[in-house]
Design a protein around this ligand. Structure first.
Ligand SMILES: [Zn+2]
Length: 144
């Protein structure tokens, strides 16, 4: 039952956030980046996505906006995909409230003198399940 009702409702509930990610797609594609679908989410990486993460999003390797995962490059995307999908699930639960609640959690951590990113309650869940710290390991070359 939850598969047929909850899942579509989750997509709809998360969609205001997904729209923010989808808005990046033309810039990513025009700047040499790539877009694809995997595991029910859109993935954007390279080009503008890399620039955005480096210059606007504080230098993180990947981030999630609803059902859109934005990553620096394909390697980082593969490294962080499981972690980012925890956030996709959080967006499906919290919908338009996710970003304000995420910000509130970070603010409360900062105010209490704790790390506003790593101690954020949404990140603690995602890192608890999929700790993808640092740089991704080298991947084997794919021969065409
Ligand atoms: Zn995260």
């Amino acid at each position: 039952m939850i598969r047929y009702v909850g899942y579509p409702l989750g997509y709809l509930w998360a969609s205001p956030n997904s729209v923010l990610g989808i808005a990046m797609m033309p810039l990513v594609l025009l700047s040499g980046g790539k877009a694809r679908f995997q595991w029910g989410a859109m993935e954007l990486y390279g080009g503008f996505a890399a620039w955005f993460l480096r210059n606007i999003a504080g230098g993180c390797g990947a981030m999630t906006l609803g059902h859109v995962i934005v990553a620096r490059d394909r390697k980082m995307l593969n490294f962080t995909r499981n972690h980012e999908h925890v956030h996709v699930g959080q967006y499906m639960l919290w919908g338009p409230l996710f970003l304000p609640m995420y910000g509130l959690s970070s603010f409360l951590c900062w105010r209490a003198g704790r790390n506003p990113y790593l101690e954020n309650r949404f990140e603690k869940v995602a890192y608890g399940l999929y700790p993808c710290f640092g740089e991704p390991p080298d991947e084997p070359e794919v021969k065409a």
